[in-house]
Structures are given as C-alpha cells and as structure tokens.
Design a binder for this molecule. Structure first.
Ligand code: K7E
Ligand code: RUQ
Ligand code: CUA
Ligand code: CA
Length: 640
C-alpha cells in the first residue's frame, strides 16, 4: 500500500534538513531520505510558522509574578537518571525530582531500609540495581480523565515498572517483568474491558521491545528470539498475564472503553541487526482483545516460561487466524512505526511512521468489528495514512480534532486535522489536513499537550521534548541539556513561548491541571509500622550483635543527646520526625558510615549499618530547619 501524498513540497525544507542532519543521525536520515525519494513529495503544504517564533505576548504567558503558582503539573520521565521530574507549567520551573529506580542523595533513596525494600536488594542487603532508564510516564484514569491516584514509569534497562503515589509524590512499588528485556511502552487502561462499572484504571500494559530466547538460555540464533507483552495489576503491581507475540513491542496505547490495548511494532522482521529491522516496507500495530486474553487465562489456556509463574497466552499470528476467537490482530502500518496515541474523542489510534513520513489513523470501532467477524480485512481499520513530514515520532491532541506530531528529522511539530486527513485519504484531495507547522529546536521526540491523552484535553499548551539543544543555552562543556519547548496551541497557529533546559534525558511526560492532585504535605505517623510516636520511646536495645536505636526529631534537637554502640554491631536506627509543621524536614547524617537521609514532617525512616571503628561520630541534621540547625546534633559513641 502506498501512502497518500500531497503535491506540493515546502520549498525551504531541504536546506533546513541539510543543516539539521549535520548533527543528528545522518545514517537514519539517509534511510528516510531514500524512503522520501520514492514517495516524491516531502510533506503536505503549509509553510512553517517557523521564524515567526515567539510573539509579543509570549513572555507574559509563561511569566509568573513572584509568589504566583503554576496552573498545571507536569510529570516528566528523567531518562537514565532513573527519576521522575515534576514541573510547574506554564512557568516550566522544576519543582521536584522523585527518586525511583536509582539512589538519590537528597532524600537518602537507596540508603534507607524503606527505599531499599521498594528498590529491591540482593541477599547481602545491597541494591540489586543502581542504573535505570525511564522513558514513559502515565497516570491513572477515572472516567477518561486523570484521577490523581497514581503514576507509572518504566525502566527499560532492567524491565521494571514503578508506581508513584500522587498523594505524597513518592515511589511505593517496583515490579520486574519476567521474560522481558528492553521494556519500553507503558499505558494504563482507562476502564475495565468487561465490567463498565469499573470506570477507572486497574491494569497497566507494558511492551517488551528486545526479543530474547524464552527461557533466556543463551543462544546466538536470533530467529529463536521472542518478545512479550505484559499486563500488570494497578493495585498489587503483580504481573497478571503475558502474551507471546510475533515481532516486538514499542509504544503502547489503550482505548477509552477498556476493550483494546495496542503496541506498535517496528521489528516485525524479527531482525537482530538494524538493517534487518528496517528491511520490510511495512510493520504493524498489534491490537489485543483484552477480555479474550483474560478469558483464555481463566480457562487455563496458557503456558509458563522458565522460573516464572506468570501465565503466558499465545498471541502469535499463527494461533490467532480466526478473528472471532483471536486474542490479537496485527494491523499493517508503514515502516518502523514508533508512537501510538489515542485521540481524546476515543475514536482513533494514531501511529507515527518514523522511517515513513506518514501518520496512520486506525478507527477503533472497526478493530472491534474485525474481532466480531464483521470486517473482512483487518487492514481496513486504517481510515487514513497521510504524509506529515520526515521522522514522525509521537502525537498529541487538543480536544478540537487536531493532532500534533513531532517530526524528528524536520525538527518540526506539524499540526494536522484528523477528520480532514480521513477525507483526504478517502479521495478528497482538496482536504487540507495540515493546519500549521512550527520549527522546534531541535529534533523533537515526545510531545504532550495539557490533558492530551484524556477525554478532558483542553488544547491550551503543548510541551515538546527536543533531544538536542545545540545553540539554545550557554555552553557547559560537551554535554548539552535537552530543550523542553513550551508552545501555546489555543489558536490556529502554534506560538512558541519558551525554552527550558532540562538535565538529560527525559522522554515522555504528561501535563494536567493542578486541582487533579491533592498532595499531602505532612505524613501520618500511621504510615509507618515502626514509627517512634513519643520521644519517651527513644533508646538503645540490644539483641546479641544487633542493636536498635530509636529516636525522634523536633527542631532543633534529636531526642537522644548521644547513644552508644559497639564496633562491629549491626545497628538499625529508626528516626521519626515529630515536627508537624509543613516544610519542616530534618536530615540525619553519620560521618564515615555512608548514612544520610531526610525525614519529612511526621515521617519515619530507618537505616541499617555496621558500626565502624571506635570513636565519637557527630550525627547531624543535614536539612536546614531552624536557627539552631547547625546545633541540631547527637553523638554516636562507638565503643571497642
Ligand atoms: Cu520516543 Cu522511549 Cu517514548 Cu524516547 S521513546 S523520545
Ligand atoms: S551554613 S545556610 Cu553551612 Cu552557612 Cu548553610
Ligand atoms: Cu533539623 Cu536541620
Ligand atoms: Ca521494520
């Protein structure tokens, strides 16, 4: 199938491409260039609003007077820093970093026993992993909009999914997916596939990108490698089921009715090397019929792989030839698609072409028709396949029928109208589906609009994560920040409002109105089973070589003026911050013992360490809390 193209090519596009591609991915550019030559035109008509850039009101739109609060929260993945960032928008200020997969020195994540339990430890008590690579973050839904309960984030390196509690903005659970390497796409469901009364998120779907031998007993023969799609329970965070598939998984999307989950596949070839992975002209978007998969699991139609007890259903092409019983269907989409995104009206998934200059629009009602045996050819679910520009990656929405797709190689965002694209595809060549183009700086990956992938998309702002910043900020040596650009999409034309440097290397993000979450600023003592609720409970108890030290903090003092342990003791220190005032956090550091962590108001943390050489160790508060902050200390006296 040949994708649609419009006759005109924007005249200034080639020169700009030449400039951009000197820096980024020349190999990929060549590949895509070849693809474009074949199709002739390089994109639909509509001049880039480009140099127009910012307008006079731009500064006002993002500037908040001192003391003014932002109107939106943004949750950003941190990339290989392994954290989640919290931004305020429209100002673009970074408000918080939530440590997730990697140790964090500020809060003592990876040092306290509580955080180590979440992160996972080896038998010797040390952290199982200290590296991670987060790409995608999505939040829990209710009635098609965010409900402010949870967010999830993936670790691609070690195939882990983490949950963030949005009441405290902390990570509370991490699950490692069995049988998976290179876990990439992630998306919560929005409704139960069977029980319509469950109108909120109960599952999170996870796409396994790298194929491996299953079970993974080393074999070099790539033709035996397979990928797995997983479903994780939103509450327990246990893996409910997995599906063995043909090809691989990239990004993931879910339908608003809960019935469908899908993943884009760029490696239907099953290639081990990149040239093999891009040898076919078309790949696929793989749809799962969630209710059928769960019925198959219930009926015992699954196997398990290796040591894992997780049920694995067969979602390969061979086993799913009859649409009426199929667990999955493979929709053909152009060469190496990347992003797949659900439109806010619930009707469409949009697949981005990456190595094809196209966007593919899939109508979900037709996918369900195919599963019901009412549509003969599965590929007839495609209602548009239109040219957008070079290197389309991800798509956002404004709730007014427009889609916004990043063009990695063109360094642009293209705004296009989905209905017009469908008309164009149906043969109405007068349908101008491209509404606007905006140059961004440079090479954009993800983009997301305010409430973009929810039924409440409000079409106010768009953020674009540009993977290269080149000349946009003061140089700081060889490592450049990324450039998160902020765009006003409330009018016909996109207006660039601001550049924000961000530390590498966020990918995906979501933006929602500030009233979606109601963060608590003081803990409840009951959150911890080991809270030291009264200073009178402070003291040292010994059980052989194991010693427990309990203490509390209340500015400007710890409840113990000193405590004694013996060199070589295994010491567990439990600290509860009894201060109740918002923002009154204390720290606790012990010299030479690699101990430092914070306790927020009414929070309890514990650490376990081996007491070192005999001597006096001044334990002190590391978090500025009081005029007598420097004086807030206690002594650990280590005896011989
Ligand atoms: Cu496009 Cu991992 Cu979402 Cu990065 S992926 S940009
Ligand atoms: S003391 S405010 Cu080291 Cu000047 Cu910190
Ligand atoms: Cu307590 Cu500083
Ligand atoms: Ca491919």
């Amino acid at each position: 199938m040949q994708h649609d193209k419009t006759p005109e090519a924007a005249a200034d596009v080639p020169a700009r491409r030449r400039f951009l591609n000197t820096a980024a991915l020349s190999g990929l550019a060549v590949a895509v260039g070849a693809c474009t030559d074949k199709s002739g035109a390089a994109g639909a008509a509509a001049p880039a609003s480009a140099a127009a850039g910012s307008h006079a009101g731009a500064a006002n739109a993002t500037h908040l007077a001192p003391g003014e609060l932002d109107s939106y929260y943004g949750l950003w993945s941190g990339g290989h820093t392994g954290d989640m960032r919290v931004l305020g928008l429209p100002s673009g200020r970074e408000i918080h970093r939530i440590p997730v997969f990697n140790p964090d020195a500020l809060v003592g994540w990876g040092i306290t026993n509580e955080s180590k339990k979440v992160m996972g430890t080896k038998p010797d008590g040390s952290l199982r992993y200290t590296v991670a690579d987060t790409h995608h973050t999505h939040a829990s839904y209710k009635d098609g909009n965010y409900d402010g309960r949870y967010a999830w984030i993936n670790d691609k390196i070690n195939a882990r999914i983490a949950r963030i509690r949005l009441d405290y903005f902390v990570c509370d659970k991490i699950t490692q997916l069995p049988n998976v390497q290179g876990f990439h796409g992630i998306f919560p469901d929005k409704r139960d596939p069977v029980d319509p009364a469950i109108n909120y998120t109960t599952r999170v779907f996870c796409g396994g990108e790298f194929a491996i031998p299953l079970p993974n007993a080393g074999t070099e023969d790539g033709s035996k490698y397979r990928s797995i799609f997983s479903c994780v329970d939103a509450e327990t965070m246990e893996v409910r089921w997995q599906a063995l598939i043909d090809g691989n998984c990239d990004l993931v999307a879910t339908s608003y009715d809960g019935k469908l989950a899908a993943t884009n596949q760029y490696n239907t070839e099953g290639g081990v090397h990149y040239e093999d992975m891009m040898s076919a002209e078309r790949d696929a978007c793989l749809f799962f019929h969630v209710a059928r998969v769960e019925a198959a699991v219930k009926a015992g139609k699954f196997k398990t792989i290796g040591d894992s007890k997780v049920p694995v259903v067969d979602a390969t092409r061979e086993a799913n030839k009859d649409p009426k019983t199929a667990l999955a269907g493979y929709v053909s989409v152009p060469k190496n698609p990347h992003g797949v995104n659900a439109s806010p009206d619930g009707k469409y998934f949009i697949c981005s072409g990456k190595l094809s200059p196209t966007g593919t629009v899939i109508e979900l009602a037709k996918v369900l028709d195919w599963f019901d045996g009412k549509l003969e050819k599965l590929d007839d679910v495609i209602v548009a396949e239109v040219e957008l520009g070079l290197g389309p990656l991800h798509t956002a929405f404004d709730g007014r029928g427009n889609a916004y797709t990043t063009l990695f190689l063109d360094s642009q965002v293209v705004k296009w109208n989905v209905d017009a694209a469908i008309k164009f595809h149906q043969g109405d060549k007068s349908a101008k589906y491209v509404v606007d183009r905006l140059d961004v700086h440079y090479q954009p990956g993800h983009l997301s609009a305010t409430h973009s992938e929810t039924a409440a998309a409000d079409g106010k702002y768009l953020a674009v994560g540009c993977k290269f910043s080149k000349d946009r900020f003061l140089p700081v040596g060889p490592l450049h920040p990324e450039n998160e650009q902020f765009i006003d999409i409330s009018g016909d034309k996109m207006v660039l409002l601001a550049d924000h440097p961000v530390r590498g290397e966020p990918h995906d993000f979501i933006i929602f109105k500030r009233d979606i979450v109601k963060p608590k600023q003081v803990y409840s003592l009951d959150e911890s089973p080991i809270a030291v609720k009264d200073p009178k409970e402070s003291g040292v108890t010994r059980n052989g070589r194991k010693v427990t030290v309990k203490l509390t903090s209340q500015a400007p003092a710890f409840s113990l003026r000193e405590f004694k342990v013996k060199s070589g003791d295994e010491v567990t220190l439990i600290l509860t911050n009894l201060d109740k005032v918002e923002d009154l956090t204390h720290g606790f550091a012990i010299p030479n013992h690699n101990v430092n962590f914070i306790v927020n108001p009414q929070e309890t943390k514990s650490v376990t360490f081996t007491a070192g050489k005999p001597g006096v160790y001044w334990c002190y508060c590391t978090h500025f809390c009081h005029a007598l902050h420097l004086e807030m200390r206690t002594r650990m006296i280590v005896e011989a």
